[in-house]
Design a protein around this ligand. Sequence first.
Ligand SMILES: Nc1ncnc2c1ncn2[C@@H]1O[C@H](COP(=O)(O)OP(=O)(O)OP(=O)(O)O)[C@@H](O)[C@H]1O
Ligand SMILES: [Mg+2]
Length: 310
Amino acid sequence: MSADQNRPDPAAKRTPADARPDWHETAPVVSIEDFSIDYAGERPVHAVVDVNLTLGRGEILGLAGESGCGKSTLAYGITRLLQPPGLITSGRVVFHSREGYDIDLTTISGKQLREFRWDKIAMVFQGAMNSLNPVASIGAQLDDVFTTHRPTMKAKDRHARCGELLERVGVGANRLRSFPHELSGGMRQRVMIAMALALDPQVLIMDEPTTALDVVVQREILDEITRLRQEFGFAVIFITHDLPLLLEISDRIAVMKAGHIVELNDAYDLYTDPQDAYTKRLLASFPSLTGERGDFIRTGAMDDRLEEGR
Ligand SMILES: Nc1ncnc2c1ncn2[C@@H]1O[C@H](COP(=O)(O)OP(=O)(O)OP(=O)(O)O)[C@@H](O)[C@H]1O
Ligand SMILES: [Mg+2]
């Protein structure tokens, strides 16, 4: 059977193209323009090369590509968390605030940058759960976010908000007094997500946020992120090696290779009609996407077929 015959019939998708938002048209929340990053050294590494991307307000944009292609470097560049010898060599990253102003993130520094992070753009990185302070309670660590970024907020309000956040991410307010070691890895990663959401950011950047977790926990957390996105309307840049997972949760997917974005398309279209040879190879490298039972797609096409006994 040819690979094409294994692909889902586009007519089987639950969300017709005309019912899906066109993310090219949606007001952008972040515009990345001609953005390049090098790691300086004897032989400089061009880790990110002339990247142009826009993130639509409320969109989940997946970033895929093999190890070392520059995904994390791009994330660190956008959030200005890049460490030497990493250096932004060209381009801009413009944040379009919902309050109506634009900021070029590559030009701000110090206090302005610190205020910006968490407040407007928050991050959850792989293994972030291990960065919780082992000797402080979950509640105290969440509270810290507010004392730092919302100094005028009253203790009572902070406490209520921390409890509410833990509820939102499915940990439960009764865990406020727990210490990190009393929680499972999945719960700790949920706490990190709660922290990232604490200040109602407009963008969430997640770099392999669930890779260290088992599949069931990973699934629960992803469902949670999709739900929270709908509730709060933040946009997400979601980075992972796991292309099947990206196809499921993303609105659009950008495929990165050796620092370049080689393809950017609606997730479904990228899956059914990949244009770039590298995207095709990447898709082919996941047997779950191309095998007999490979009609896995976020629209539920696979569920339909399984139910039909195919
Ligand atoms: N501190 C550093 N110094 C020099 N080169 C680096 C540094 N960090 C990353 N690189 C190089 O930059 C390139 C991009 O790395 P990056 O970590 O961004 O890739 P990635 O796509 O996130 O990979 P993975 O999927 O494994 O996380 C790679 O060639 C890597 O070796
Ligand atoms: Mg990485």
